[in-house]
Write a new protein. Structure first.
Ligand SMILES: *Cc1c(COP(=O)(O)O)cnc(C)c1O
Length: 401
């Protein structure tokens, strides 16, 4: 297991205000800063270029990810956009095949117009990355664990391949968070986050983060941040700092609750498959155990009655698990990827990528584990009994096939 985040170090990386002694980082709600003479200032001139509240967050996240420079953006997708702007027309990205849908949409419908091509491979086998890299490949894009089937890729092995071929490696670390995984330590060049999820942690904001291993790369990202302008506002920066203060504590509970939920689902007669990297039977359990210090708060599962109707019946009958997109907050959420987050992907492609019609994704929150299990138990009871299921047209179709 990789080393867990040091909570003492984290908490004391958040500065007190040197001017007033305020224990909490002040929110500098200002657009500009008075200059003593043209070009003579106290480190800040215009708040797009820099804001002390945002700087506190950027320095904090750089420390957590053990990188050189952090930059905060208005969303996770704005952070992804900034990283792609390191490239030029004609360059190619090699990306994880079950990438976040919003990243796929940005790559395929925005960046394709500017001559940046993206190819997708199954990165759970590092050899696929080696085989697919061409002279045009400038960036390898990983997400690990992925959404919603929680596939895990070997960051260290892929970073060695990328480095040998002169490519940058960027890891979307949203699902694990730096509390469980630090990709820069494993050899990645760039880490991005949707801080909307575990970093913010309270389902109350949209934010994105980029952290680079080197100062040079960080300066390029900072240039893009200032030139293109998708910065995080001071109040939202403050909220993310406040979220990060309790990150190790929250993530520990997310992990233990998710483990309890996964073990419950594993034994439930209506459930066929449970996706959780902490389970011994998970295809990538060993590499997850090696590079993560815990297995996270997301659990997905499929139903014996593998239909949209059955899944909808479950997600509409939970009471504690609220039906919503997003993840990583205090309150537990459930979603049905086939008709929600992955709706725009053609059914055949979606199914072959492991997103079955009945797949349900849970973002396990911070409630009591027993209450969450009881909620799932009663929601699963909404499914047909064995006799009813055997008589259903779907089951007859399976038997006939
Ligand atoms: C949500 C998410 C994003 C996009 O972030 P936003 O803050 O919604 O723009 C990117 N990657 C992953 C893995 C996500 O879950």
């Amino acid at each position: 297991m990789s080393q867990a985040l040091n909570a003492t170090h984290l908490i004391h990386s958040i500065p007190c205000d040197p001017l007033t002694g305020a224990l909490s980082v002040p929110i500098f709600q200002t657009s500009t800063f008075v200059q003593e003479a043209p070009g003579i200032n106290k480190g800040y001139d215009y708040a797009r270029s820099g804001n002390p509240t945002r700087s506190a967050l950027e320095n904090l996240i750089a420390t957590l990810e053990q990188g050189a420079v952090g930059s905060a953006f208005s969303s996770g997708l704005a952070a992804i956009d900034a990283v792609v702007k390191l490239l030029q027309s004609g360059d190619e990205i090699l990306a994880v095949d079950d990438i976040y849908g919003g990243a796929f949409r940005q790559f395929s419908q925005i960046w394709s117009k500017f001559g940046i091509r993206v190819r997708y491979v199954d990165t759970t086998d590092a050899a696929n990355v080696l085989d697919a890299i061409t002279d045009q490949t400038k960036l390898v894009w990983l997400e690990t664990p992925t959404n919603p089937t929680l596939k895990v890729s070997d960051i260290a092995a892929i970073s060695r391949i990328a480095q040998a071929r002169g490519c940058l490696l960027c890891v979307d670390n949203t699902f694990a968070s730096p509390a469980l995984q630090q990709p820069l330590r494993l050899g990645a060049d760039i880490v991005i986050h949707s801080a909307t999820k575990y970093l913010g942690g309270h389902s109350d904001l949209i934010a994105g983060i980029v952290v680079t291993k080197t100062k040079e790369l960080g300066e390029q990202i900072r240039f893009i941040q200032n030139a293109c302008g998708a910065i995080l506002a001071p109040h939202d920066s403050w909220l993310v700092i406040r979220g990060i203060e309790t990150l190790p504590l929250r993530v520990e509970k997310h992990c233990s609750n998710a483990t309890a939920v996964a073990n419950f689902l594993l034994l439930h007669p209506q459930v066929t498959q449970v996706f959780y990297p902490g389970l011994k039977g998970h295809g990538n359990h060993d590499i997850a155990a090696q590079q993560q210090s815990g297995f996270g708060g997301i659990v997905s599962f499929t139903l014996r009655n593998d239909t949209e109707e059955a899944a909808k019946s479950v997600v509409c009958n939970t009471r504690l698990f609220k039906l919503a997109e997003s993840l990583g907050g205090v309150k537990s959420l459930c979603c049905h990827p086939a008709t929600m987050t992955h709706k725009s992907i053609p059914a055949e492609r979606r199914r072959s990528g492991g997103v079955a019609d009945s797949l349900i994704r849970l973002s396990v929150g911070l409630e009591n584990a027993n209450d969450l299990i009881a909620d799932l138990q009663q929601a699963l009871e909404s499914l047909k009994t064995d006799d009813e299921f055997a008589a259903s047209p779907h089951h007859k179709a399976i038997l006939a096939a």
